[in-house]
Design a protein around this ligand. Structure first.
Ligand code: UD1
Length: 339
């Protein structure tokens, strides 16, 4: 089976994708600089897969290091996760986002070109749809960035589109993630945000486990059934399996494509709170605050293109997302920090 280079490999989504790729028979080489992840992930992956992970510590912005990794491991494809992803931080530190997210992507693509590798799976985001005009969101909906983070994802998609136009040897997949949540069903790997979580489910998890007092619900006056924001939450293992399907499609030489990875089902903030209380048996107190700047009322995917093109559909529902998140949170109340 082919060797796949995974960048950002010890991060949340990549670590789950690592297991899914191995389960599908791929050989995986991981690269990360631990700028937003823990080396403990590697121990957990070894435990879960029963073999020592092949890993290289490097920044994707270090072209010489990435080139050396290509020379040593000879990957036939790249799944590129390495990027910063906090919207608020991207507004404060735009250059860090352009340097890492765009510069890193370009450096990896240059190494690929130099080593004759053209298959590339890109972590894009539903953020590229900006303020969606119609729901569910199809891939041909208008795109636009509302912050530097979103801009880096749009630029990344543009770089890959232009590479494909310049040279048909490039076979690229842009995967537009909706809201990844949950954890591996073992509870041994999961999401471990540094500092105060920006995103809903990790915050809810930390309230349930007693690390934080109450959730702040950002707005209950949206035009949604209960007034709170609605999102398309997708189990991280479904998302991981979506990457396997995308990679298989690239090896089957079907050409480049862009697809949504979502469930097609929207849930409100209060739906998530109620589901988490059921899954954990713990109360999740909350206080309602004003809307968060930049948030949309509702956002969910039309997942038909991924089903048709990749034969992939999300399998796990909201209860499994909460149960698996809780297993991880309960077993690792301080994330990977406690070892
Ligand atoms: C956010 C980013 C998005 C990014 C995605 C990555 C913003 C504005 N958007 O999406 O660009 O691609 O994360 O995962 O940051 N909520 C609360 N209380 C909280 C946290 C969230 O009520 O403490 C609400 C939000 O208002 C929203 C929902 O929960 O309605 C989901 O929020 P979140 O998990 O941050 O995801 P997005 O805003 O969809």
């Amino acid at each position: 089976m082919p060797t796949v280079l995974l960048t950002g490999a010890t991060g949340y989504i990549a670590s789950h994708t690592w297991l899914a790729l191995q389960a599908a028979g791929f050989d995986v080489v991981g690269v990360d600089d631990f700028s937003n992840s823990s080396p403990v992930v590697l121990e957990r992956l070894a435990e879960l897969s029963g073999r020592a992970p092949q890993f290289e510590r490097a920044s994707v912005c270090n072209a010489a290091a990435i080139s050396g990794i290509f020379a040593r491991h000879r990957p036939q494809a790249v799944v590129h996760f390495a990027a910063f992803k906090a919207v608020g931080e991207s507004v404060e530190r735009p250059l860090a986002y352009y340097a890492n997210n765009v510069g890193g992507l370009v450096a990896v693509c240059e190494a690929m070109q130099a080593h004759g590798v053209g298959r590339f799976v890109f972590s894009s985001s539903a953020t590229v749809y900006g303020q969606p005009e119609t729901l569910p969101i199809r891939e041909d909906a208008p795109v636009g960035a509302t912050n530097p983070y979103g801009a880096t994802k749009l630029i990344g998609e543009g770089v890959l589109r232009d590479l494909g136009r310049a040279d048909p040897a490039w076979q690229t997949a842009c995967l537009r993630y909706f809201n990844p949540v949950g954890a591996h069903e073992s509870g041994r790997i999961g999401e471990d945000p540094r500092g105060v979580p920006n995103n809903l489910m990790p915050y809810v998890a930390q309230v349930a486990v007693g690390r934080r007092e109450a959730l702040t619900v950002y707005g209950n006056d949206y035009p949604t059934p209960d007034g709170t924001g609605v999102r398309d939450y997708i189990h991280v293992m479904d998302l991981a399996e979506g990457h396997v399907a995308a990679l298989r499609a690239l090896f089957d030489a079907q050409g480049s494509f862009t697809v949504n990875l979502g469930t097609g089902q929207g849930y409100s903030v209060l739906d998530v709170v109620a589901a988490y209380e059921r899954a954990s048996g713990q109360p999740v107190p909350y206080v309602v605050a004003p809307r968060r700047a930049g948030d949309v009322a509702a956002c969910w995917a039309d997942p038909a293109a991924a089903a048709q093109r990749l034969g992939w559909r999300a399998q796990r529902g909201l209860d499994a997302m909460c149960a698996d998140s809780w297993r991880w949170q309960q077993g690792n109340p301080q994330g990977y920090g406690a070892g």
